[in-house]
Design a protein around this ligand. Structure first.
Ligand SMILES: [Zn+2]
Ligand SMILES: [Zn+2]
Length: 265
């Protein structure tokens, strides 16, 4: 059987507020699919995180990694909104040893997660502008390995709510974000969760993956963002096709915070 993917580096367990999946079920599913590397990246949204959950997630990943010869389980974290509380971020980063820090932005300062917002077009343009400005600060901060689900607001604004926005006006800040990420030797995540909706698309779409490559980007990570085992690796064929189209020949996994390239088959 041809494998869908050799790695999936964005997965949630019941140590995240929005998943009921035991870590062991993810490992078993990965072995069924012939996946060689998974990263468990439980939520650490910095304004409301649980040190007990993150410590447990980390220990479980380490324990599962010891258990199997045919699967590497990486100790990851999805660090959300780190600059909204630098003190808490320092505590979270010091709590455990991590293989992989995936950095994300679900809500801009003083707003709710985009999941809860239903802006009209004008308001959406303003919110997306603030999203990219905050993302640029985060990328300049640079204490992470891969940038998660770039263009996240579009998952809700465009895909779910059908509000079309003009992305052209953000081109300068988008270039700046991707160029900074590339210059810092960090990875861009190709997140396939958007494909699970009927009208969905990759986060980000291939045009931004290509732009990242053109700006000198070396590394991409692949993430299904699965919260249930059945969603593991879903959409990866499309994600890998987009990566190849943009000029990448490998996905990257992070082990002890160092990039290891996993060539596409
Ligand atoms: Zn996320
Ligand atoms: Zn996630």
């Amino acid at each position: 059987m041809k494998k869908i993917t050799r790695c999936d580096c964005h997965l949630h367990t019941n140590n995240s507020f929005d998943s009921e999946t035991p870590a062991e079920r993810l490992a078993e599913r990965a072995r069924e699919l012939g996946i060689e590397y998974i990263a468990i990246t439980d939520h650490c949204d910095i304004l409301e995180w649980s040190d007990a959950n993150i410590a447990r997630s980390n220990a479980q990943a380490a324990e599962l990694n010891e258990r199997y010869d045919d699967l590497t389980v990486l100790r990851g974290i999805e660090l959300g909104e780190p600059l909204q509380s630098p003190d808490q971020t320092a505590i979270a980063l010091g709590l455990c040893e991590y293989d992989f820090i995936l950095c994300s932005l679900h809500n801009i300062a003083n707003e709710e997660d985009f999941y809860y917002l239903h802006p009209d077009r004008e308001k959406a343009q303003e919110l997306i502008g603030r999203y990219f400005d905050e993302l640029l600060e985060m990328v300049r901060w640079n204490e992470f390995d891969s940038l998660a689900h770039f263009t996240y607001p579009l998952r809700y604004i465009t895909d779910r709510d059908g509000v079309q926005v003009d992305m052209e006006r953000y081109q300068p800040v988008i270039r700046e974000i991707l160029a900074t990420l590339a210059a810092n030797g960090k990875a861009l995540e190709i997140n396939t969760s958007g494909l699970r909706s009927p009208t969905g698309f990759l986060l980000p779409t291939v045009e931004y993956i290509r732009l990242f490559r053109e700006l000198g980007g070396q590394f991409i990570t692949l993430g299904s963002d699965a919260h249930i085992p059945e969603n593991m690796a879903v959409g990866m064929a499309e994600g890998i096709a987009a990566a190849k189209e943009a000029g990448f020949r490998a996905a990257t996994v992070f082990i002890n915070r160092r990039p290891v390239e996993i060539p596409f088959e």
